[in-house]
Unconditional design. Structure first.
Length: 580
């Protein structure tokens, strides 16, 4: 008979007694909640930093501390410290739990976390946690107030499918902005934090009662080889009068110049060093253009699109939507220093430029990734509109909608789905930068190009003949898979992360590896609306139909080449599909 150590039996019984028999209400669970409005009430504010400022003021006042919220037993590591290197998922942390969240954890992590509940993670910038042993709470407070960096989770099921508002606020940070440089937002719904949190057992959080002060159990620990000790441990600050961090009313938050640290390697910070300001196009016609068209009657004006930070459409909280922007995918499917690395080269090691070879990295600056912002497409469309306005005004709206069905595919298609085809997409929609405009979402989706959700939502057509496919699915007329599923090439995909973060389930379908998937937009069969009438033919109804032409036949050219594998897979040993 197997025997267990007495200490393990005692610890297990204590945990059972706490969760099953004892009243989980520690005194700290009886305190007040934050009193902050729900972040979703700011979701249509045209200043992305509106709630960020409200939250920042709450944090810098340390109100959660003065309210007496539940807190960790001690400052603790989030990964091992070995041979002078720290491998934490976060820096050294001390977590504070709002009363409603603490009750949920102490009650066995059952049911839903109430809206408004908060987790506040104080991140200490010098690892490992052993350096802070013996510090008083006043010393910890003072040191953190001088070097503050919080990551925060606020429960808000009205904001996005994952049910949380995510934020990081640190000393010297730039407020989120729609202006260049287009840094990834540090606060909001649907942020890259879900790349890890989506794998949690429930409610997107790994919080455990073992870490909480005055609750039974030992806090989580990681290996520490004390290699830091020989360089001299971090010294606690001299105690000054208790103070809080503040900022002058209306003063801009300046970037803090700091050395690269564990904070930036696990949770990147925007600084003047790592995010140089991008050159923004001057709001005037270029001098080269003016010289080329000198003496003509062309009256051109700059026609810019909203910046990339506007292209942010999350999976909604009520039920899945077919289309969402690629920033909802890149947390897991882009390169990163932590987690799914997929980075090649490292200037710190071998002087090679750092290249993002992930699916997202290779797609983002491809013609497909830029299709919704392609200036040549918009210029050609303007030319088409000029002709249609003069000669076939009755077809203008229909043809513009057709063009966007490929170049602005997600926006055009989501608008079609939401209005049951009653509203057509037009050139004004991609220019909308007012979040309160009911069509803002469709413009944001369109600008994101031929994005992830397009190709992974194309319904399999391999049961159709080639001609049937051309008639029914070419010219971008593909059918959709269900909104709550995304098709992919991997058998038995792990579903928990996407289900938790997006309420969407990945499913297996090899169609994503088939050239016909590409053929739907790369076989374009269009009416020739300025085709001359054939005077020799009788004017019957059949002869009045508009003539058609293949404007693009890339897929058909491949199908008739030595590389095809669709008509006769066995004949061509060296077949290569578009994906190849």
């Amino acid at each position: 008979m197997r025997r267990f150590p007495r200490a393990l039996v005692a610890l297990s019984f204590a945990a059972f007694a706490w969760s099953a028999l004892a009243d989980p209400a520690l005194p700290c669970t009886m305190k007040e909640e934050s009193g902050l409005p729900l972040p979703s009430s700011f979701s249509k504010n045209n200043d992305p930093a509106a709630f960020q400022n409200v939250l920042g003021d709450f944090l810098r006042s340390f109100k959660y501390e003065t309210l007496g919220w539940c807190v960790d037993k001690k400052v603790r590591d989030t990964g091992p410290f070995i041979n002078g290197a720290y491998y934490g998922t976060h820096p050294v942390v001390r977590i504070w739990y709002s009363p409603n969240f603490a009750k949920w954890v102490l009650g066995g992590r059952k049911g839903d976390v109430p809206d408004g509940a908060m987790i506040i993670k104080e991140q200490f910038d010098t690892p490992p946690a052993g350096q802070y042993d013996g510090w008083t709470k006043e010393q910890l407070h003072q040191y953190f107030a001088e070097h503050y960096d919080w990551t925060v989770m606020i429960r808000d099921r009205k904001g996005a499918a994952d049910g949380w508002y995510w934020a990081e606020i640190w000393k010297g940070m730039q407020p989120d902005s729609y202006a260049a440089p287009f840094a990834v937002f540090n606060t909001g719904f649907g942020l890259y934090c879900v790349r890890c949190h989506a794998s949690a057992e429930s409610q997107m959080t790994f919080s455990t009662a073992n870490n909480m002060k005055d609750a039974p159990g030992a806090p989580l620990t990681f290996r520490d080889d004390y290699s830091w000790f020989w360089n001299g441990p971090l010294q606690p600050p001299q105690i000054a009068p208790h103070h809080t961090a503040t900022r002058e009313e209306g003063a801009p938050l300046r970037l803090l110049e700091r050395i690269e640290s564990v904070v930036e390697s696990t949770h990147p910070h925007v600084t003047t060093a790592n995010m140089p300001k991008l050159q923004v196009a001057h709001p005037s016609v270029s001098s080269d253009w003016q010289r080329f068209f000198s003496g003509t009657s062309v009256d051109a004006k700059p026609n810019s699109l909203p910046g990339e930070n506007y292209d942010h459409v999350v999976s909604p909280p009520d039920k899945p939507r077919h289309f969402l922007t690629s920033d909802q995918c890149f947390g897991c499917h882009s390169g990163n220093r932590y987690g799914n690395v997929m980075l090649w080269g490292d200037t710190r090691i071998d002087s090679k430029p750092l290249v993002n070879v992930s699916p997202y990295g290779e797609w983002r600056w491809s013609p497909m990734g830029l299709a919704g912002r392609d200036p040549i497409f918009y210029a050609q469309l303007d030319s088409e509109i000029a002709y249609l306005s003069k000669h076939r005004a009755d077809k203008k709206a229909e043809i513009v909608n057709l063009c966007f069905s490929c170049h602005g595919a997600m926006g055009q298609r989501q608008l079609t789905l939401d209005t049951n085809g009653k509203e057509l997409f037009n050139t004004s929609i991609p220019k909308i930068d007012n979040l309160q405009d009911p069509k803002f979402m469709y413009g944001a989706l369109a600008r994101d190009g031929i994005s992830c959700a397009i190709c992974h939502h194309v319904k399999n057509t391999l049961d159709k003949s080639v001609m049937q496919f051309i008639d029914e699915d070419a010219t971008g007329k593909f059918q959709y898979t269900p909104a709550d599923q995304l098709e992919g090439p991997f058998e038995k995909p792990v579903t928990v992360a996407m289900k938790n973060s997006l309420d969407i389930t990945p499913v297996h379908d090899d169609y994503t590896k088939n050239a016909r998937l590409c053929g739907t937009c790369h076989t374009i069969h269009l009416p020739v609306i300025d085709a001359a009438e054939d005077e020799d033919k009788p004017k019957t109804a059949e002869c009045q139909a508009e003539k058609f032409s293949f404007e693009q036949a890339t897929y058909l050219e491949w199908l008739n080449s030595a590389y095809e594998n669709e008509i006769d897979p066995s004949r061509h040993q060296n077949a290569k599909t578009c994906q190849d």
